[in-house]
Design a protein around this ligand. Sequence first.
Ligand code: ZN
Length: 269
Amino acid sequence: MEKKQINPQENAWWFIIAKDQIVLQPQGNFIPYGCLDDLPFPDGVADNAVKIADYQASPCYLVFLQEQSDVGLGEYSPLRFLLGRVDDGLFDVAGRAFQVSLFYETHQYCGKCGNEMHVINWETAMKCYHCQHRCYPRISPCIIVGIRKEKEILLAMHHRHMKNNNPVYTVLAGFVEAGETLESCVEREVYEESRIKVKNIEYVTSQPWPFPHSLMMGFLAEYDSGKIKIDKNELAEADWYHVDNLPVLPNHGTLARKLINKMVEQCRE
Ligand SMILES: [Zn+2]
């Protein structure tokens, strides 16, 4: 992370975050864009801006505020508003802005000795100058896995989706535990949630999921043995669905949907 002087004439993207919301403009790419000299920032607002990325050859600055004060550039909105409305690259920078701002907010004091922490400027970290303890933004690894049995796919509905009239059916997912490999996490999560065993676990791709700090790692696996018996605390229902007769699926652009599409392709090969 760079904290060097901002060039006031250089166009940049501005990720202004306060109280879990981001300043968005009503149209275009939503994220405010322009040079410091031309933007109507009140005095002092941009003083603590930190560069978090580059996007389309322009720097991206995070401005983290304690209160949702008017910065003259738009309205505060939830991050989820941007999902599917901007391209993946810009969404990932917005997600990074959220994760870094959450990190600053939750690491103001040293977890080891209780003294104040300070943002350091050569990497994305905070440091306690009293005991030298250093912290990095929290990232929670999470596996998500599509499971196939010949021409059928295992799909589950979560309790939180049941409230909708048109509940979404999706693949299984869960957080990686300390000391666990990704592959054993896949086996454990699938078994805990559905009591089935899987084989031929294969990594596909990943997606940062900043709600609030997950890193989703997508896998495909094949059914090995067992009969579905769901963990009722986690799931409302789960079953095998033939690829020609699938229920309502997660939105395009989600990793879950990518995995499902890949299994559908494989079934039709
Ligand atoms: Zn300390």
